[in-house]
Design a protein around this ligand. Structure first.
Ligand code: 0RA
Length: 654
């Protein structure tokens, strides 16, 4: 897993950074807006760390995507410039520059300075909006040291410059051009952001995704060295599904592809089956990843189950199967991308990433029913393969049920007892309780002695847990370590029984050694949570403990260091205090067991001093890619991945 997927929680207060006050009294409202954005940036872009920083780029690109959705733009160029600024160019209609009759300012200036003005201009039918997106270019402008916009329109080039959101003069024509489009360059403000360093891989992930979702669009990303990568997929979602499954063995020659329109809704779906047991369904509305699903996904599932079931019945493909297929049987090994374009999307749910429009469900359902039946009729051999896979899932479901019944006694997972290895905490209020999942008995011992037993519980794991990426459900439930974890959490397990409400701890903290084995166990645990208890990650319940890597000692002075830079600066400063005569000793902690209980408490478990990494899944597609690469069957892509990501190896759980 890369750094991109693990985010440090946002501090609740932001520094107050006023805007320069050199801008005329009639602009008070505009200034108030800009000042508010600068005082509370997290309200607009999520946070002021790497995630929020990259969000700036997405905001600008989203405007170009709106032009694309309206049918006016087929090209986006994103450049990470050597000076740290970013340039985004499109070939859309260009932001209008004429003077707004009431405001007396150019439309361009209004778009760039009035918070929320973006939405007041009709930019086409399928506007990107929802979630954090759609706050507009003005927010990016307010959070930039400077920002320059060039508009190519009416044979001319127009230009306007802003500093910390404030126009440095009116828009003016600076040349002629036969092009149309918009070029925006902005320098993120280091007074606002904790980091102003853009990461090419993060930008590329989103640009690739956008290119998959808009097959007529070509996106070029240029890095600081001038290297370019072009993303353009004529196969669109088909290529997206193939990319997702690149590390898995596909059962179909190529994905099934569905496209249809009704009223103003556009539906696009690609799906295929592979030889694993996981389901990977990614859904989008107007190019926004709907993490929480919604009506379009419901419509998809209903139509898939119904159409395939009807086809199998009609063609007598289920004759040896003595049980009825259920919806779950169609999920094993399914990879699908559902992308809908909806004129007025309603976003609901905790993170506003769940589509609520009820008409969309029946539109998706109808289009998929019709076209998948047609596809089935003309591709009987493909359907045979799919139905065999589905039957396999049904039979394994049945086998698991029988095995459970045979043993007669209540399954461990249904029993109310807690696992013997768990050293539970004494208070009962889950919100205030923490479960440390600890690698190995010796570290478990230190943790048990070092903890605050009132609210911290310790669960030591013996060895490696099962790699769930390669195992069917009932195999997983035979695994002792997995059973122990499920029991300790109290959530139960499986589609129907699992419930976050029964979770016995507010925080689940993975604490492993800082070596290769520890990293492996951490990845196995994260794979388990990602594939089977995703709701816990989405609810912000899963954390990674951060034990220090070094103890730097000089006489009585002892300080911990969490990375090499910190170690060096500590030992440098010890030398300076003691005027170069210091006798510095550095201890590298390889395992948690090397720390005594007090050390483990004070560095890693004490809420007043520890730092935890919150595990969050920003991009489910990317997370799936990481896990399938790291934990899947194919060796080659795993090696490539590790080599490519060697740069981030400190955070990469291999
Ligand atoms: C408002 C109205 C029109 C286009 C745009 C905004 C526009 C904004 C951005 C931001 C980046 N690229 C953009 N391209 C267009 C419509 C103008 C018209 O009718 O010609």
């Amino acid at each position: 897993m890369q750094e991109a997927d693990i985010n440090i929680p946002e501090p609740s207060t932001q520094p107050t950074i006023p805007v320069p006050s050199s801008y005329g009294a009639n602009n008070i409202q505009v200034l108030d807006g800009i000042e508010h954005v600068r005082m509370r940036p997290a309200m607009y872009i999520g946070d002021i760390h790497s995630r929020g920083l990259h969000h700036l780029v997405y905001e600008i690109v989203d405007n170009s995507i709106d032009e694309t959705l309206g049918g006016f733009n087929d090209y986006i160029f994103v450049s990470l410039n050597p000076d740290g600024s970013v340039t985004v160019i499109d070939r859309g209609r260009g932001i209008p520059v004429d003077i707004h009759p009431e405001k007396g300012k150019s439309a361009l200036e209004l778009v760039m300075t009035v918070i929320g003005a973006g939405g007041k201009f009709d930019k086409g039918a399928y506007k990107v909006s929802g979630g954090l997106h759609g706050v507009g270019a003005s927010v990016v402008n307010a959070l930039s040291e400077w920002c320059e916009v060039e508009v190519y329109r009416d044979g001319k080039v127009y230009f306007q410059r802003f500093e910390r959101g404030v126009p440095q003069g009116d828009v003016k024509a600076i040349g002629s051009s036969d092009q149309r489009g918009t070029k925006t360059t902005f320098m993120p403000d280091h007074l606002i952001f904790k980091t102003t360093e853009f990461r090419k891989d993060i930008i590329i992930d989103r640009m690739r995704e956008l290119a998959f979702l808009n097959k007529n669009l070509s996106i070029t990303v240029q890095d600081t060295a001038g290297e370019q990568e072009i993303f353009h997929f004529e196969g669109g979602l088909k290529a997206f599904v193939q990319f997702t499954d690149q590390n898995r063995l596909s059962l179909l020659k190529e994905p099934v592809y569905i496209y249809g329109e009704r009223d103003t809704t556009i539906v696009e779906i690609a799906l295929q089956y592979n030889d694993t047991y996981q389901e990977n369904v990614f859904s989008y509305v107007n190019n926004i990843n709907t993490q929480e699903g919604g009506t379009h996904v419901t419509g998809f599932r209903k139509a898939l189950t119904r159409t395939l079931n009807a086809y199998a019945q009609k063609n007598d493909l289920l004759k040896n199967l003595k049980l009825a297929l259920t919806g779950d049987d169609f999920k094993e090994g399914l990879t699908a991308v559902i992308s809908v374009k909806v004129a007025e999307p309603q976003f609901e749910g905790q993170t506003k990433t769940k589509l609520g429009n009820s008409e969309t469900q029946s539109i998706v359902e109808t289009i998929l029913n019709e076209q998948l039946s047609e596809y089935a009729e003309s591709n009987p051999n493909v359907l045979k393969v799919i139905i065999e896979k589905v039957k396999g899932a049904a039979m394994s479901r049945e086998a698991a049920r029988k095995a459970k019944e045979l043993t007669r006694r209540k399954s461990v997972l249904e029993s109310s007892g807690l696992p013997g290895k768990l050293a539970d905490c004494s208070i009962n209020d889950p919100e205030h309780c923490e479960l440390y999942i600890v690698e190995g008995d010796s570290a478990g011992g230190s943790a048990k002695q070092g903890r605050d037993r009132s609210f911290q519980a310790i669960l030591p794991l013996k060895g490696k847990i099962l790699n769930v990426e390669k195992a069917r459900l009932h195999k997983m439930l035979e695994n002792e370590e997995i059973k122990t974890i499920i029991l300790a959490l109290g959530t139960s397990f499986g589609e129907e029984e699992f419930s976050t409400e029964k979770l016995r701890y507010g925080k689940i903290i993975i604490m492993t050694d800082a070596d290769v084995d520890g990293a492996h166990i951490r990845t196995l645990l994260l794979t388990f949570f990602f594939r089977h208890m995703r709701a816990l990650i989405d609810a912000g319940r899963v954390y990674i403990a951060q034990p220090p890597l070094y103890l730097v000692k000089s006489g009585k002075d002892q300080q911990y260091a969490w990375d090499d830079d910190e170690r060096n600066s500590i030992s440098d400063s010890m030398k300076k205090m003691q005027k170069g005569k210091a006798n510095i000793h550095i201890q590298r902690y390889k395992g948690l067991g090397e720390m005594n209980p007090e050390q483990l408490w004070s560095t890693t478990m004490d809420p007043a001093h520890r730092s935890l990494l919150l595990v969050s899944i920003e991009n489910a597609m990317e997370a799936d890619h990481v896990f399938s690469t790291l934990m899947g069957d194919k060796v080659e892509p795993r090696r490539d991945f590790i080599e490519k990501n060697a740069r981030y190896v400190r955070r990469l759980d291999v």
